[in-house]
Design a binder for this molecule. Structure first.
Ligand code: XIL
Length: 361
């Protein structure tokens, strides 16, 4: 299962609406329960992350699950440019600050996302795209303010997100390529390094498991950046997978990327149990949840097998199934069950499988 560009774009504006109306809840998704397991974060010697939205911080069950099971947080949407940078050029950091405060209070590390993403092209950058110096000044100022503000808390940043074209043939820079030309990927890395000398700086992308051409193009871009002296110091694979991911595929990108010797981030893991066109069965069928657990175990094992210095973090893109962005996206379904805890907050077979994979290492 791979995500289409349309699905990703279609999902972007959905965030606020999902939070406003509360995400789809389903009683059917409570089974099958698995025996209580250890706190996930206690089962591995590396950071285990999740993503969250400020609205979820008002839900004690949610915050309890995060504090018990995770050791790192990626802001799901509220640290993205689309949320922070207003049309008049001012910065709205209220939500990002609240997440940062929660991380500090809960002794959780933070991972920042994302600085440059083709899917977000704010009007203030559009207006400057034919003025290279002005464009660079605006970007430098944005990165200095945002990255600088969370320095010391954010261990790392997704500096450039989803640069590789959907089919792996070339790159997509959006307004960033128009404003910065061929340097659209290198320049933001240099600016992020100026803003934070210590953060791990990531190139991050998706469908690297399912599309060999995309994985190749991603690696070529990483090579090019390193050759140009860019401070690229981490590689992120989002890992939006499916329960029917063929055996061997889930861990392949992790293993391939490891050859660079850089820290690796499994940055947005979810495993959809929805399958378009499959009329038999539902996303919470036990067989699908078991298949999901197998995929989860495979990528967890591949990550755990990396040398210690390369295990930046293993991040799951949400906590409970009802929190997942996939429930509101074109690719997912309202009853999708892609995460490690069910809609009621109970552990799923995939959680036990991840813990078992870590324990065997
Ligand atoms: C998604 C969030 O989960 C949504 O809430 C938001 O509306 C759009 O972004 N790839 C990425 C992430 O890099 O930033 C996306 O997150 C999921 C796909």
């Amino acid at each position: 299962m791979s995500l289409t560009r349309r699905a990703l774009l279609g999902a972007a504006p959905a965030a606020a609406a999902l939070v406003a109306c509360g995400r789809h809840d389903d009683a059917a998704n409570a089974a099958p329960a698995v025996a209580p397991v250890r706190p996930l974060k206690d089962t591995a010697p590396f950071r285990i992350g999740t993503c969250l939205m400020t609205a979820e911080l008002d839900d004690p069950q949610f915050t309890g699950l995060v504090q018990r099971n995770f050791s790192q947080v990626t802001p799901e949407w509220e640290m993205k440019m689309e949320r922070i940078l207003a049309a008049d050029g001012s910065l709205a950091l209220d939500a990002a600050d609240r997440i940062a405060g929660f991380c500090r209070d809960s002794r959780l590390a933070m991972h920042g996302t994302t600085l440059v993403w083709y899917a977000q092209d704010p009007p203030t950058f559009e207006a400057l795209k034919h003025d290279r110096a002005g464009f660079e000044d605006h970007l430098r100022d944005y990165i200095r303010q945002v990255v600088g503000r969370y320095r010391g808390l954010a261990r790392g940043w997704d500096v450039v997100n989803e640069a590789v074209a959907e089919d792996g043939n070339g790159y997509r820079g959006g307004v960033w390529a128009e404003g910065l030309g061929d340097d659209f990927a290198r320049v933001p890395f240099e600016m992020a390094r100026e803003a934070d000398p210590d953060a791990v700086l990531f190139l991050n992308d998706y469908n690297l498991e399912s599309m060999p051409a995309k994985l190749d193009a991603f690696q070529r871009l990483a090579e090019r950046l390193l050759k140009a002296g860019a401070p690229l110091t981490g590689l992120g694979t989002q890992s939006h997978l499916g329960f029917d991911t063929p055996p061997g595929q889930a861990g392949a990108a992790v293993k391939a990327l490891a050859r660079f010797g850089l820290p690796i981030h499994v940055s947005e893991l979810d495993i959809t149990t929805h399958k378009p066109g499959l009329s038999l069965g539902s996303p919470s069928d036990p067989a699908r949840l078991q298949a999901q657990a197998r995929v989860a175990a495979e990528i967890a094992a591949a990550f755990a097998d990396l040398p210690a210095a390369q295990r930046y973090a293993f991040t799951i893109w949400g906590v409970r199934d009802k929190d997942s962005w996939l429930r509101g996206s074109a690719q997912g379904a309202p009853d999708d069950a892609p995460l490690l805890f069910d809609a009621a907050g109970a552990p799923k077979p995939a959680l036990a499988a991840v813990e078992a994979a870590f324990a065997r290492r």
